[in-house]
Design a protein around this ligand. Sequence first.
Ligand SMILES: O=P(O)(O)OC[C@H]1O[C@H](O[C@H]2O[C@H](CO)[C@@H](O)[C@H](O)[C@H]2O)[C@H](O)[C@@H](O)[C@@H]1O
Length: 334
Amino acid sequence: MLGGVLCLSQRNFMKRLEGNNKVHNWVDSIRASSPTRAKSSSQNQEKSAWNAYHPSALNMFDKMISNSKGKQIVTFLDYDGTLSPIVADPDKAYMTRKMKGTLKEIARHFPTAIVTGRCRDKVYNFVRLAKVYYAGSHGMDIKGPRKNQSPKKGNNGKTMLFQPASQFMPMINEVYKILQVKTKCVPGAMVENNKFCLSVHFRCVEEKNWAPLAEQVRLVLNEYPKLKLTQGRKVLEIRPTIQWDKGKALEFLLQSLGYNNSDEVFPIYIGDDQSDEDAFKVLRSRGQGIGILVSRFPKETNASYTLEDPSEVEQFLRRLVEWKRSSIVTTTSL
Ligand SMILES: O=P(O)(O)OC[C@H]1O[C@H](O[C@H]2O[C@H](CO)[C@@H](O)[C@H](O)[C@H]2O)[C@H](O)[C@@H](O)[C@@H]1O
């Protein structure tokens, strides 16, 4: 009996320890995903070493274009931190006017999809471009081209909806309500409902309260084994445990565009966050196109190239448009 009681308390102790470790790992990874380091000379060296493996996509533009020769470029763009700068209020993450104009041109010249953790409707309200395909909720809510539609024809207004996690919507709504109540006591905490996933925002929470907030999230998630947690830039993201992510969404969109197992396509995926790594991995394993990480700081990544911030993303996209325009002029004047 005594042995049994000891075992139980030992088990409880181990469980608590496991819980504490989980919370600390999440908090560490939130910290790592948004580094704010001042530039010292050793950090400059670290950055140069990193850039040797992940050079600037602006510097490598000509090489990249020559690799895409004869292939259809398709652009995949993350939203927050890629097309729009990171801001404290997620409802105010607007693109600059310049970015919006460039994005419009990109979508005119190349099949283009926005792949985001956001709710699809919300991101559409920020972007408002009909020619773009939208994959919201980390790819779990895709408004994309009709299967095997001819890629040359664009979306023609004909789209289809793919929602592989639709059965989780009631659960997500339930957890959203619970988390709203449970996180009320943490000043600055905010929960965002992204339809098939949730975001718990840490950006406006004092760092000393990060662990208590993460602990609230852990306690709620304990009751929902069919949901899992991932980390982003000062955010914890709660999603269904289905095998679906931005990488799968990218493959799905390529297939829908008629480029399944095709050599004729050159996908360019640009993103800044952990969730974009799934897409970079897919491109690497297919040996196709390029992944571009948006980051000012060295980070472990599966992307080949880098850009520092959304303003460099805009420059890169503009060069792509200019190159396309000039290649059209050259072809028509031949
Ligand atoms: O896949 P993404 O488009 O990058 O979406 C990921 C999360 O982006 C948003 O949060 C991030 O941007 C906010 C606005 O700049 C910022 O306040 C927050 O700290 C960042 O994590 C969005 O609000 C989340 O729902 C997305 O999961």
